[in-house]
Design a protein around this ligand. Sequence first.
Ligand code: BGC
Length: 753
Amino acid sequence: MRGKYLLLSAIAFVSGLRFSSAQIKYPYRNANLSIEKRITDLLSRMTLDEKVGQLNQLNSGPLTGPEAGNGKGPKEMLQQIRDGKVGSLLNVVGAVETGNIQKIAVTESRLGIPLLFALDVIHGYKTIFPIPIAESCSWDPDLAEKCASAAAKEASASGLHWTFAPMMDLTRDPRWGRVMEGAGEDPYLGGVFAAARVRGFQGNLDNNHLLACVKHFAGYGAAESGREYNTVDISRYNLWNMYLPPYKAAVDAGAATVMNSFNIVDGIPASANKYLNTEVLRKKWKFRGFMVSDWSSFSEMINHGFAENKIDAAEKAILSGSQMDMESGVFIQHLKTLISSKKVPQKLLDNAVRDILYYKFKLGLFDNPYKYHNENHEKSVQLSSEMHELSKQASCKSMVLLKNENGTLPLDKNIKNILVVGNLATNRSASLDFWSAKGDTNQVTTYLAGIKSKFAKSEISFSEGYNEKNRFSTETENDMLTKAQKADVVIAVIGISGKLAGEARSLADIAPASGQMEMLRKLHSSGKKVIVLVHAARPMILTDVLPMSSSILYCWIGGTEMGAALAEILAGDYNPSAKLTMSFPHAVGQIPVYYNSFNTGRPHVDGRDGPDDFWVSRYRDIPNAALFPFGFGLSYTSWEYSNLELSSHNMDKNGSITCTLYVKNKGPLDGEEIVQLYIRDVSASYVRPIKELKSFKKLYFKAGESKKVEFTITPSMLSFYDPEGNTLLESGSFTVFVGKNSKEVQEASFVLK
Ligand code: BGC
């Protein structure tokens, strides 16, 4: 496929040279007129074919979905561009490559309408930042904004205008390979990160930024059994309260585009779901940007059993409010007929073209179509030392310390001998995930490399343990145990290769592979202290790892500088502060397990086992609660929470109360703590979750320092949606919880009058 896109660019370059740019002096070319006027003028000059062309997006690079069968080679694609039948290309990159193609669109098509170039820039372009779920564990939206902005800077320098990010699907099922792309299981935190990433990607929409795309609208994170592309069936009540808030936050933050999801909602594919695309997005949320389908999601409505054929799919998609067609070709093939036969009102097409053209004007592409195609600029911004540094910082802030028995970590900087084991400690090809854009695994600082450079004075040995296929053999066992005997500490890297992270990578078994466990058992019985590092893009089942480790650090997939960041943490140069944004299950059978669940009519409290605890909602073999709850994460220092107080035990519907408490850093090291505020609506006209995150503060404390922490509780924190999306604020009792995670909390209550 790479060959295909290089060829496309080469042909574009050669043919582009043959043409001069015949500037036509029409109002839409006049930069002094308002965008609205320019669009109106341009629309009046466009043929029906050209209008439909603006809604056509084609892949011109490596596949990020199945071959759509458009049968277009590079030459045909360029001809389509000349004919004004393409509005956007995805997956072609490079300042020069995209510039060559843009030249064709601008100088050889009748009206010279520039193309939008798009790519999935999810967590970095060339410099790779931690995967989004890891980054969300920083609980630091400013960091997310910075990383998105840095990714946009690198990507726009390669000719790109548009990223298909952020993904804001709420995720409760770690079997789904795409949990890595989101911000976890909480709608509020998801919204905070959604907005931050939109701000970061889009900035002021200059040529150092990208249009953002809110995806996948809607509810894609609820794919049944965590199986990719699977059915989604959620109630409207759940949709409004849990799944929609992050998308709404992104729309409110000004996201330019929204992508349909592959799934059905209320039995109707999202791509043709009028309720979602028109009623919610346009009417309720006042979204003014444009929508794009997911890869072939329009034609896939035939497989869903919702459209009879492609023309039916095209009709249903556009009538619902969907707009640009990514790869399925149903619009370019059939929209003209549908308009001519009046099955689709012309106005719908015109509105869609308007929405798309708006951003082409807004980005300045009509006035300076080549401003994204400067090769020198491209070279100077990518992989710069600032980018590497930001990647390291972000990775430090994303790694979650899950266990640290007897202060095993940080390591003594003068430690004599360290053994690092596990194929993932050095395996570059497993270091990055599918969504690493143009990230190069050769740029990645591996875990072993990071440790070696940080502990330069120590003797560091390495043993592969399990191999790339996760097999553990007697040969490796001998090597490993011999080296372990000499070591003061063993650092064992386990997890799941980055190759199994991302789209189309669902897994039914998310416990460490048996070869990795065998390795851990041998190490544990050697009597050495074992520090376990987990390299994975989803929560794993760590139940059996816990007793065999002194410490567990969840590294996620930290990007280009993951090894350097890890070493900072091991050496105590960075005190871990990250906290989980998805619950970690005890066993696969417990999925979905999430903190903001409902109470049920027969609730159970883990640990209680009296005669009254039989006919209750519980497992007989494992606890109900997660192994590691939402919001959990340790530090090298320890925290004391005390004196939770409310300013009043009554609140008016148009008033507010404050909640204060003291947090003290009791340990010997400076550090950051994420103080979390949860609320429960005790009784309401619809049952409410047992706890919902409503606010948080990430604060820095000197060793021994104590701080008074204050939260303001406002009516919006107490309201919720009914199944139609109306906001309800109901009188009654509320419980406030504040703590270091969703489980270890102090509580107080008040009444809303
Ligand atoms: C994914 C989208 C992605 C698109 C383009 C689809 O298969 O679901 O998230 O943006 O491909 O690569």
